[in-house]
Design a protein around this ligand. Structure first.
Ligand code: NAP
Ligand code: GLV
Length: 308
């Protein structure tokens, strides 16, 4: 009997098993790889790729529980296998919440007010209108566009940067390396919503920060590998950046003595911008298995040549 190997937090297994039994009774859920004939395994659901994917001769698809797949070493996923990321409305909604939280916190000077409060200071700062705070979004994919949709009603002027050209209502769109500096120069608040690929690794670096208007701020909800953490600390300490709100680091968690933990201009959360609920993971994977069995394209199929 065909099987899906469940290489995920076991607390999530019962919801998945129940949905699978109801909708795809010909596929069984396996949580212990030693308890299955490797020839039965057709699908793997995982955050990190298991080292030994070659032991499953009939494996067809590796499903990532993440919206990104950079945590999976593609060199360990044989070329004939399809790799599929998690695409679900719930992820977009959570990213919208997180981006709204972070953007408004930075726009309304929350890091300063937290520091003032700690010192017992009642100290109003000038309030800037949303129309005067230009937001730049790195990455105009499913999640970048979801975030923009939620931020537009506040009245922030919004621009975005992607690899290929885009036309999006209410957004000034830039694309490609040639337009990167022009995009940065008009971004008072930069949001990173990119996938991590060789091209985007360490894209949040000293040169990028220098290209932003002085006093700009950063919301980082992509991947730790996008950010040169030392460059962020230098930019904050020099005043080139005013504050950062970040959800991802390298490593996760940071070592206890890392300066980011205690930096007064950084708000840090533990990679919680979005956590896909178990029932939504099950829904997305089951729908994709049905598509795959019917010979249709799966949603979230990774293009290996692009890396996302
Ligand atoms: P997506 O739909 O694949 O969109 C990716 C966007 O990035 C696209 O607009 C793409 O441009 C752009 N891009 C990729 N490489 C680029 C490059 N070299 N130069 C310029 N633009 C580039 O991905 P998504 O669903 O929006 O997710 C984005 C990322 O969010 C994920 O990969 C993950 O890292 C992160 N994420 C984080 C969390 C969290 O909890 N912190 C949760 C979920 C996701 P094109 O449109 O031209 O292809
Ligand atoms: C979380 O970071 C995800 O990629 O879903």
């Amino acid at each position: 009997m065909a099987a899906i190997l469940f290489n995920v937090d076991m607390k999530r297994a019962p919801v998945f098993a129940e949905a699978l039994a109801r909708e795809l009774p010909d596929i069984r859920l396996v949580t212990d790889k030693t308890a299955v004939d490797p020839a039965d395994v057709r699908y793997v659901l995982t955050w990190l790729a298991p080292d030994d994917l070659t032991r499953y001769p009939n494996l067809e698809v590796v499903f990532s529980t993440g919206a990104g797949v950079d945590q999976i070493d593609l060199s360990r996923v044989p070329a004939h296998l399809k790799l599929v990321r998690m695409v679900d409305d719930s992820i977009g909604r959570m990213m919208q919440e997180y981006a709204t939280l972070a953007v408004l916190a930075l726009h309304r000077d929350l890091p300063d007010y937290l520091a003032f409060k700690a010192k017992g200071q009642w100290k109003p700062l000038p309030v800037r209108a949303a129309a005067e705070r230009r937001i730049g979004v790195l990455g105009l994919g499913a999640l970048g566009q979801a975030v923009i949709e939620r931020l537009v009603p506040f009245g922030f002027p919004i621009s975005g940067w992607s690899r290929t050209p885009k036309t999006i209502p209410h957004v000034t769109c830039f694309h490609g390396d040639a337009q990167f500096n022009a995009f940065l120069a008009q971004s008072d608040l930069l949001i990173c919503m990119l996938p991590l690929t060789p091209e985007t690794t360490a894209i949040l670096n000293a040169a990028t920060f220098a290209g932003l208007p002085r006093g700009a701020s950063l919301v980082h909800m992509g991947r730790g590998g996008h950010l040169d953490q030392a460059a962020l600390l230098e930019a904050l300490d020099s005043g080139q950046l005013s504050a950062a709100f970040m959800d991802v680091t390298i490593p996760e968690p940071l070592p206890a003595d890392h300066p980011i933990w205690r930096h007064p201009k950084i708000i840090l959360t533990p990679h919680i911008a979005s956590i896909t609920p178990s029932d939504r993971v099950a829904r997305a994977v089951i729908d994709n298995i049905k598509r795959h069995q019917a010979g249709h394209d799966m949603i979230g199929l990774i293009d290996r040549s692009r890396g996302y």
